[in-house]
Design a protein around this ligand. Structure first.
Ligand code: BDP
Length: 690
C-alpha cells in the first residue's frame, strides 16, 4: 500500500513536487516490486493533480504523453517503440534509464524495473521541463557507483553512553526501540522512498559496534530484519546487517571465532543460508573488526583477509558481499611515544593485504586517514590497493561538523574528496570517484546516515540537504554541490516557491554554500583536527585529546604547532602517498595551507601560501568564522514572516542557529586565547582576545 507516515516532514518529496507528473496522462508498463511502486507513485500523483494513469495503451487513461516501459518487452506505445528502435545509448543495466521526447510523448525506458523507479524521480526533479517542447534525443542515465549505501549506527536499545543512535543527533532509531522493532513501518517506507529519490540502493540497519542485542539480529531477530527488507525492496534498496565477528561464540556457543576453524566456518555458512531463506535479496554483512574494542581475527593471530574471506565464502553462494571496514587502529596508544601515528594505521594494516581478499569483499575506507574531521587529506589507502575492491565511507551524520546544531553543508567537502586525483592532476590520473565507481574494482560510496525519529528526520532541517547530496553524488559524483543544493531547495520548498523563489534561494545559498568553510574557520585550524570535547565531540576543548591514548594530537607548545608526518623528520606518513602528493605533502612550502598542520609542525611565525602567518591566520579565521555564523543567522531571520518557509520549520532552524552562534563564539574565544597564551604573539589587528 502507499501508506506513508504523515507525522513526519515530507523533506524533498512533498506532494507538490509531483504536480507536473500528476497532471499528465501516464502509461506505466513495469513489473516486479519496483514496477508496482512506479505505478502507485504515478497513480497517487494523478489522483492529486488530475492526471490519469494506465497499464495498457487502450486504457481510457490515454492518449498518453508520458510512458514508463521496459526495454525487454516490445513497448506498446509507438513513440516508445520508436525511441527503442533508435537505439544508440547501449545497455542501461540494472538501474539505468533513458529519457527521450518523441511526437509529444515523454518516454522513460529501462532494462529493469529499478531503472524505471530512478526514471520516475528524474521526471519529478524536472517538473514541467519534462514535458512540452519538440523532440529530444535519447539521453542515458546510469549510476556511477554500483553500491550507494547508508549505514545506520542504530542500537536496539538505548546504550548507556552512546544513546539510541551512536553519533545520532536526530532522536531515536527509526528501526528499533526497547530492544526490538520500533514497529513504525510507514515511517521506514517514507524513508526508503526519500532515499530512492536520491539514488541510494543499500542500507545497513544496525550499529557497526555490535552489542549483544544487535548480534541476535542475525538469528533470533531475523524476522524483524526481513520485515524491514520487505519495506525497502519496493524502493530498490537492499538490506545489510552489521555483524559481530564473535557471533559463533556469542550466539553459537562455540569456543572460538577463529576464521580458519572448520566449525566456525560452518557456523557462518549456516547463518548466511538462514538469512537468505528469509531475505533472498539480502545485501551482505558490514564488519568492524579489531577496532575500538570490537572482536576480530587478530585475537586468533589471523589476518583481516582471513576474517573477511571467511565471511565472503559464507555469503558467496547467495551473491552477498562483505563490507569490511579499514578503520583499524590502536586506540590505547602511549601518547609519550611519538613513533605511533594513527594516520598511518589503515594503510599499514591493509596495503600489504592487497590482492588477498575474495572478489565479494569490499574494503570500506573512511575518506580520510583519521576520523571524519572537518578537514583531512584523502586516505592513502584509496590509492594503495589496486587489486582490492574499495568503497569510500563518508559521514553524513555531523559528528565532528556541528552535530546538526550547526549549519554545515558537506556537499563541497565530499565533492573535493571524490574529485581528488591521488596520482596528480596533470596526468590522466583517476579520481577517487573513478576508483570507487570502477565496474570491476569499485565498491561504491557509503555514508553514515544522519536520520532518526525526529519529525524533520535530521534534527536540523537544513541537514536534510546533506542526506540528499550524498545520494546524488553517489549516483553522479561530479555533480556541482551548489546545483544539488538548488535541486534540494526546489523540491523541498516547492509548495511555497511558486510565489517568489528568489529570496528563499538566495538566503539558503548564503547560509549553506560556504558553511563547511565557515565551520572550519572557527574550529581546529589548518587541518590539525580534534580539539573537541572528548567523548561526545561537541564544542571546543583545546587540549581535550592531547595527552590521551587516542592518537589525535596537535602538539602545540610555545614555539609552534602541528604534527610532523614527514619522512625526513616525522612519522613517515607522507610516504604512503604516490607522487606527486607524497612530495607535495612532504614540503612545508608546497603543502596546501588547509592541511599544513596535519603534515607539519611549524613555528607560529611560519608564513603560509596565503601570505599570512600561522598565528595570524588562526586569529583571522576565528574572528571571521564566528562572524559568518552570525551572518547565517541574520539571513535566516530575514525570512521570518515572509511566508516562504513554514513557521515551525523556521523556528526550529532559528533555535539551532542561536546555538551555533553561541558555540562559534566559544570556539573563537577558546582557540584564540589558547594560542595567544601559548605563543605570546598578539593579534596584529588588535582585536579583543580573552
Ligand atoms: C568514530 C565514532 C565512533 C564510531 C567509529 C567508527 O566516534 O562512535 O564507532 O567512528 O567509525 O568516528 O567505527
Amino acid at each position: 500500500s502507499m501508506d506513508v507516515s504523515t507525522d513526519v516532514h515530507a523533506a524533498w518529496l512533498p506532494p507538490e513536487a509531483f504536480r507536473a507528473l500528476g497532471s499528465h496522462r501516464v502509461l506505466v508498463q513495469g513489473d516486479g516490486p519496483q514496477g508496482v511502486t512506479v505505478y502507485e507513485e504515478v497513480a497517487q500523483a494523478c489522483a492529486a493533480y488530475g492526471g490519469r494513469v494506465g497499464r495498457a495503451p487502450g486504457d481510457e487513461a490515454g492518449p498518453y504523453d508520458l510512458v514508463f516501459a521496459l526495454t525487454g518487452a516490445e513497448p506498446a506505445l509507438p513513440e516508445a517503440a520508436a525511441v527503442l528502435a533508435g537505439g544508440g545509448v547501449g545497455a542501461l543495466g540494472d538501474e539505468g534509464f533513458l529519457t527521450a521526447r518523441r511526437d509529444g510523448v515523454t518516454v522513460v525506458l529501462a532494462d529493469a524495473p529499478a531503472g524505471l523507479l530512478y526514471g520516475l524521480f528524474h521526471v519529478v526533479r524536472l517538473g514541467e521541463a519534462a514535458f512540452g517542447g519538440g523532440d529530444a534525443p535519447a539521453e542515458a542515465h546510469r549510476p556511477a557507483m554500483r553500491t550507494r549505501m547508508l549505514d545506520h549506527w542504530d542500537n536496539l536499545d538505548v546504550h548507556p553512553v552512546m544513546g539510541h543512535v551512536e553519533r545520532g543527533y536526530s532522536g531515536g532509531s527509526i528501526f528499533w526501540r526497547d530492544g526490538g522493532p520500533r514497529g513504525d513501518l510507514p515511517r521506514v517506507r517514507a524513508y526508503a522512498r526519500l532515499l530512492a529519490a536520491t539514488g541510494v540502493n543499500a542500507v545497513s540497519v544496525n550499529n557497526v559496534n555490535v552489542h549483544t542485542a544487535e548480534t541476535r539480529l542475525l538469528t533470533e531477530r531475523l524476522g524483524d530484519v526481513a520485515d524491514l527488507a520487505d519495506v525497502f525492496r519496493p524502493y530498490g534498496i537492499r538490506l545489510h546487517l552489521s555483524v559481530n565477528f564473535a557471533s559463533p561464540v556469542v550466539l553459537g556457543g562455540l569456543p572460538t571465532a577463529d576464521p580458519l576453524d572448520g566449525d566456525v566456518r560452518a557456523w557462518w555458512g549456516k547463518a548466511a543460508a538462514r538469512v537468505y531463506e528469509a531475505i533472498p535479496d539480502f545485501g551482505g554483512f558490514v564488519v568492524k573488526a579489531d577496532s575500538e574494542g570490537q572482536p576480530g581475527p587478530f585475537t586468533y593471530g589471523r589476518s583481516h583477509a582471513d576474517g573477511a574471506n571467511m565471511l565472503a565464502e559464507a555469503l558467496a553462494p547467495f551473491g552477498g558481499e562483505v563490507h569490511w571496514r579499514a578503520f583499524v587502529y590502536n586506540h590505547t596508544q602511549d601518547w609519550r611515544d611519538r613513533s605511533t601515528d594513527r594516520a598511518r594505521a589503515a594503510y599499514d594494516h591493509f596495503a600489504p593485504l592487497d590482492g588477498a581478499f575474495h572478489p565479494n569483499v569490499v574494503l570500506q575506507v573512511k575518506h580520510g586517514p583519521m576520523d571524519f574531521q572537518t578537514r583531512e587529506p584523502v586516505s592513502p589507502v584509496i590509492a594503495a590497493m589496486p587489486a582490492t575492491r574499495l568503497a569510500v565511507e563518508l559521514q553524513v551524520t555531523q559528528e565532528y561538523t556541528g552535530q546538526q546544531r550547526h549549519v554545515c553543508y558537506l556537499g563541497p567537502m565530499w565533492s573535493e574528496v571524490l574529485g581528488f586525483r591521488p596520482w596528480g592532476a596533470d596526468s590522466e590520473g583517476r579520481t577517487v570517484a573513478a576508483l570507487a565507481a570502477d565496474p570491476a574494482a569499485g565498491g561504491g560510496l557509503v555514508a553514515v546516515s544522519n536520520v532518526g525519529d525526529d519529525p524533520y528526520w535530521t534534527g536540523h532541517p537544513l541537514a536534510q540537504a546533506n542526506l540528499y547530496a550524498f545520494g546524488r553524488l553517489a549516483w553522479a559524483p561530479h555533480s556541482d554541490p551548489a546545483a544539488l543544493l538548488d535541486e534540494w531547495i526546489d523540491l523541498t520548498f516547492v509548495p511555497l516557491l511558486s510565489r517568489d523563489p528568489v529570496p528563499l534561494r538566495r538566503a539558503l545559498h548564503a547560509m549553506m554554500d560556504g558553511s563547511w568553510h565557515t565551520y572550519e574557520r572557527y574550529t581546529a585550524p589548518l587541518g590539525v583536527g580534534f580539539m573537541v570535547r572528548p567523548g561526545h565531540h561537541y564544542g571546543p576543548d583545546v587540549d581535550g585529546y592531547e595527552y590521551t591514548p587516542w592518537g589525535t594530537y596537535h602538539y602545540a607548545d610555545r614555539d609552534g604547532i602541528g604534527v610532523d608526518r614527514t619522512r625526513a623528520t616525522g612519522t613517515g606518513y607522507t610516504g604512503q602517498y604516490p607522487q606527486p602528493w607524497s612530495a607535495v605533502y612532504e614540503s612545508a612550502e608546497r603543502c596546501p595551507d588547509e592541511l599544513l598542520l596535519f603534515f607539519h609542525h611549524v613555528p607560529y611565525g611560519h608564513v603560509l601560501q596565503s601570505g599570512s602567518t600561522v598565528i595570524q591566520h588562526i586569529y583571522d579565521t576565528h574572528f571571521a568564522g564566528a562572524e559568518e555564523a552570525a551572518g547565517q543567522r541574520s539571513s535566516w531571520q530575514e525570512l521570518a514572516g515572509s511566508g516562504l518557509v513554514d513557521a515551525a520549520l523556521h523556528a526550529r532552524v532559528l533555535e539551532r542557529l542561536d546555538e551555533q552562534v553561541r558555540c562559534a563564539q566559544e570556539w573563537r574565544d577558546q582557540v584564540n586565547a589558547y594560542f595567544l597564551r601559548k605563543s605570546g604573539v598578539r593579534d596584529a589587528r588588535g582585536r579583543h582576545i580573552p
